[in-house]
Design a protein around this ligand. Structure first.
Ligand SMILES: *Cc1c(COP(=O)(O)O)cnc(C)c1O
Length: 404
């Protein structure tokens, strides 16, 4: 690392809370699948800011929409109407087939808003006695970092010394429909689940699981809440990951790529019943639904569809997955993925995934380890065939080394 890089890193360490442990690269520019560090080295971004930049870095059309809107009007609060919110509602509803939309900012806020809404639905529509609502969630979930959400995490790192936590959550294993059936009670208002567990290491449930989940939720009048904040908006090669399962959620959560990485924009999408319970004054957000966010989100959704990014994710994801599976290396325990949401799980004896990510960095690839032994791979959805092949060569070179 050069003197200037060490300076940035040291200054962050000196003043910042140490709640992250970044790889030692200081980025200053991005375009499409590429990012550059302060010394001009170029890297293929295989994290895409946890799938927030599905559309590629600094997409020119999203940038133009943002700049244009920033010149006109940025924030009105919801005390007044603005001329971007209605078209945003229309476009996101048309894209996803949803009936009602609640705009928020971060993903965690969308999750919190869904928790509040399904509880309210439970009391006012389903008839659950006040204060008794139960929400079922899965072990190894990741739904964000707010107090409400970390309270139903099973990761000790995430929870320890942040309590006391809110009651009303039951935890079951992911991918186990029988466990869901057993956990449902008359007070269950919702099952909150990721279609593919992202932070847990790209865990894909057994086929047929979600069809069974859908049936159980419908039969028991339980709202199926799919957290598609990471899996949604093309990441898995379909607009929503639920489409791989042939089901429809009652409530869908979007965030991250809803703004193409320009700005925090999230949304709760639901049938009429759930969001229909919210009345004026009962929930809100100063920035939620602001004109700048709406203009950015409209452009982010438009380019995703117009530029064929979802189909490209399916095509390039299949190529990437095949290519990773062809790598003969005894460091690899399993390769898995759907669309461009991929992971290489290393044998525990192969050493920590972090070492492999650092080695990949030296070859011009930025990827992120998760849970000690897993390298996740999630490039922007605009990646080309040549770029996939370029990346595969480098993955092969690194994975055939031994960093134990
Ligand atoms: C990132 C993520 C969140 C939280 O989003 P933030 O914008 O970081 O609050 C929630 N759920 C899933 C599945 C995520 O990947």
């Amino acid at each position: 690392m050069s003197a200037s890089v060490i300076d940035f890193v040291a200054t962050e360490a000196r003043f910042g809370a140490h709640n992250y442990e970044p790889i030692g690269v200081v980025l200053s520019r991005g375009e499409g699948v590429w990012v550059w560090d302060t010394e001009g080295n170029r890297y293929l971004d295989c994290l895409s800011a946890y799938s927030a930049v599905n559309q590629g870095h600094c997409h020119p059309k999203i940038l133009a929409a943002m700049v244009e809107q920033a010149h006109r009007l940025t924030l009105t609060s919801r005390a007044f109407h603005n001329d971007q919110l209605a078209p945003f509602y229309e476009e996101i509803a048309a894209l996803t087939g949803s009936h009602k939309v609640l705009p928020m900012n971060s993903g965690a806020e969308a999750v919190e808003s869904a928790v509040k809404s399904v509880r309210k639905w439970g009391y006012e529509v389903k008839g659950v006695p006040d204060g008794q609502a139960e929400i079922i969630v899965c072990a190894n979930n990741f739904h964000g970092r707010t107090l409400g959400i970390v309270g139903f995490s099973t990761d000790p790192e995430t929870r320890t010394h942040f309590g006391p936590f809110a009651p009303g959550f039951r935890i079951i294993p992911f991918g186990d429909a029988a466990a869901l059936e057993a956990a449902i009670t008359p007070n269950t208002v919702a099952f909150l689940v990721e279609p593919i567990q992202g932070e847990a290491g790209v865990i894909i449930p057994p086929s047929g699981y979600f069809a069974e989940v859908r049936k159980l939720c419908s039969a028991n009048n339980v709202m199926l809440v799919l957290d598609e904040i990471q899996t949604g908006l093309g990441r898995t090669g379909k607009l929503l990951a639920e489409q791989h399962e042939g089901i429809e959620a009652d409530v869908t959560l979007l965030g991250k790529a809803l703004s193409g990485g320009f700005y925090p924009v999230s949304a709760v999408l639901s049938n009429i019943d759930v969001l229909g319970t919210l009345r004026p004054g009962q929930h809100g957000s100063t920035f939620g639904g602001n004109p700048l966010a709406c203009a950015v989100a409209r452009a982010a959704m438009r380019v995703l569809v117009e530029e064929g990014m979802i189909e490209n994710a399916a095509r390039q994801g299949a190529r990437f997955l095949d290519g990773l599976r062809d790598i003969r290396a005894n460091t690899i325990r399993e390769v898995r993925g759907r669309g461009l949401m991929l992971a290489v799980e290393l044998h525990p004896e192969a050493g920590r995934a972090r070492r492999y990510c650092e080695a990949l960095q030296s070859k011009g690839i930025l990827a992120k380890d998760t849970h000690e032994h897993t390298i996740r791979i999630a490039p922007p959805l605009v990646i080309t065939t040549d770029q996939v092949d370029w990346a595969l060569e480098r993955f092969a070179a690194i994975l055939t080394q031994d960093f134990s």
